[in-house]
Design a protein. Structure first.
Length: 572
């Protein structure tokens, strides 16, 4: 394959990848239905107060700084285009309608995803030839999990780009005769440090970095060790520069990291044993667009890459160890993102090896086209379906629109967290802050700014939350156990609640049984919104969970739109 054909193919792959990732990018807005997006955006924008410490280290800091800078660019762009004329107007929009800010944040993930396509092409081309690079780019462009996660303000797609860039610079070392150039060693270490400062799990890139630098053929062990130490020093410096408060606030960092480890890994290994999640991750890949007939050639390609051992090692060491690592976590599709580029490269390697064994250029082209088509068809179909599905109005949005039309502003509504995104009234917010803090004067800057909005956005409601409470300072909770004592609505009547909004899934929630009995005797359903197609029978519904953006449910044909079943009850 000529260089010009490679460039044209990669440009096509990047264009296709961009289109797929932009398709449905504004899903849900102005509501945000992925709770991680809210937490991440809030933490990044909080740097605008002048305090550059996140004071929370569940993640390292580099991505938050990058997102903050990106939102600064968003402000400048909006100011030039006349969207807002001051920082105050920009802040107000975040509280009134944050659509543009979240769309911008998601766009950063999208662009990182597209850049990953180009980086994968460069890595595969350098190691295995231009044909492999072109095919890997096309496969990476349509990878359904990569396409889906590029729709969110989250760490996994940006860190995947940095991990691939680390491998791209290591490929320069692998394909260079003699000792590695110092520039390549330093850049590799610096990129590794930035990757680790984006997500802690990226520390596993130290394995391929060390393996490549310590196995340089024809180079003395003294020089190999010197290169390894140099790369490690560069990684350490960049890691600490990009997460500068980890050391000064090490006690907080240690608590956050160990608590996160207990939640993500401790539960998994304690309940199911070591490596139990590996099968579930394989199932996730299969459920999200890659069939066995596609995975088998990919894995075969990665195995055949070992015909040239150092190159095979470079493209398999990280994904294999990373898969073994996440096999000890509570399974989540987003953790698979760093593995996907290497699966794309595996497809490119296999097709290249098969085509190379055929003398006729004409038949080479036919084989390459046929195998590439077999690798991308299913993923492309799934990714296209995903974009269309994301564009469908979420059930929670439909319910909000109904409430704002049918229920008077200021009414008291019982609602669950991460359910219908009703705006809390100023009076309701003051009541909640006084309940949790003693006075609204003790509230954070975020809530102070929200209270200062003038005019205050409307319609807004007095929202009471169903649950056992949490760290939220702006919420008053009623525990479901309150209804276990007597199956009546007395706890809600005492709070003046007039409406109840409940989210339902494909299986009953046992914790709501007492409330359900109380509602059946003292209330009535006034509206229901379902994500399921009307022609799906009840037996099938029990096997299909809703798609909620923050879970790993697949896009089942029984689903017409995102969101849970929403019931709206009126208390008599």
């Amino acid at each position: 394959m000529s260089r010009s054909v490679l460039i044209a193919t990669v440009a096509l792959a990047c264009g296709l990848g961009l289109w797929l990732r932009l398709n449905g990018l504004g899903f849900g807005l102005p509501a945000v239905y992925n709770m991680d997006e809210v937490a991440i955006m809030n933490r990044a924008l909080a740097f605008g107060t002048g305090d550059l410490s996140p004071h929370n280290f569940l993640y390292p800091t580099f991505y938050f700084y990058a997102l903050f800078a990106w939102q600064g660019l968003t402000f400048v762009t909006g100011w030039v285009m006349g969207w807002w004329d001051s920082v105050a107007a920009f802040q107000r929009e975040f509280f009134v309608d944050p659509s543009r800010l979240y769309w911008s944040g998601r766009l950063l993930s999208t662009l990182c995803g597209v850049a990953t396509i180009a980086a994968v092409a460069g890595l595969a081309s350098r190691l295995f030839g231009r044909t492999a690079g072109a095919i890997a780019a096309l496969v990476m462009a349509i990878m359904p999990i990569a396409v889906m996660d590029a729709h969110y303000v989250k760490h996994d797609v940006p860190v995947t780009l940095l991990i691939v860039l680390v491998h791209l610079w290591l490929a320069r070392v692998v394909t260079t005769e003699g000792r590695a150039r110092m520039k390549d060693v330093l850049v590799t270490g610096a990129l590794a440090g930035l990757a680790m400062s984006t997500h802690y799990y990226a520390v596993l890139v130290a394995l391929p970095v060390g393996a490549v630098l310590l196995s340089q053929p024809g180079v003395t062990w003294t020089n190999r060790l010197r290169d390894g130490v140099t790369a490690g020093a560069a990684a350490t410096v960049l890691f600490l520069m990009a997460s500068p408060f980890l050391l000064p606030e090490w006690q907080t960092a240690w608590i956050d990291i160990t608590q996160n480890q207990a939640i993500v890994m401790g539960r998994a290994t304690e309940n199911r044993g070591m490596f139990d999640g590996l099968g579930r991750y394989m199932t996730m890949i299969w459920e999200h667009g890659l069939r066995f007939s596609q995975l088998l050639p990919i894995v075969t390609g990665l195995i055949l890459a070992w015909q040239r051992p150092r190159r095979g090692m470079l493209v398999t060491l990280f994904p294999v160890t990373f898969l073994l690592f996440i096999a000890n976590t509570v399974p989540a599709t987003r953790y698979l993102n760093p593995v996907l580029p290497f699966l794309a490269i595996g497809a490119g390697v296999l097709i290249t090896i098969i085509a190379t064994g055929i003398k006729s250029r004409k038949w080479q082209a036919v084989i390459v086209a046929a195998f590439t088509l077999s690798q991308v068809t299913r993923g492309l179909e799934y990714s296209l379906t995903m974009g269309s599905f994301f564009k469908q109005t979420d059930t929670r949005t439909l319910a909000r629109q109904w409430i704002e039309t049918e229920i008077p502003a200021g009414a008291s509504v019982l609602i669950q967290p991460y359910s219908v995104p009703l705006r809390m009234s100023r009076e309701g917010l003051v009541e909640a802050l006084r309940h949790t803090l003693g006075s609204e004067a003790q509230a954070s800057i975020k809530f102070q700014q929200q209270l200062a909005l003038s005019p205050y956005p409307s319609p807004a409601y007095r929202t009471i939350y169903l649950g056992d409470g949490g760290l939220d300072k702006d919420k008053i909770y009623v525990s479901p156990r309150e209804f276990d004592r007597e199956a009546t609505l007395a706890p809600l009547r005492a709070l003046g609640v007039q409406y109840v909004v409940l989210k339902r899934y494909n299986v009953p929630d046992a914790s709501l049984a007492s409330l359900d009995r109380a509602l059946a005797s003292g209330g009535r359903i006034v509206a229901t919104f379902s994500p399921y197609r009307s022609d799906v029978d009840q037996g099938q519904l029990a096997t299909v969970p809703p798609f909620l953006h923050n879970t790993d449910a697949r896009l089942d044909p029984a689903l017409a739109r995102p969101g849970p079943v929403i019931e709206i009850w009126r208390i008599d």
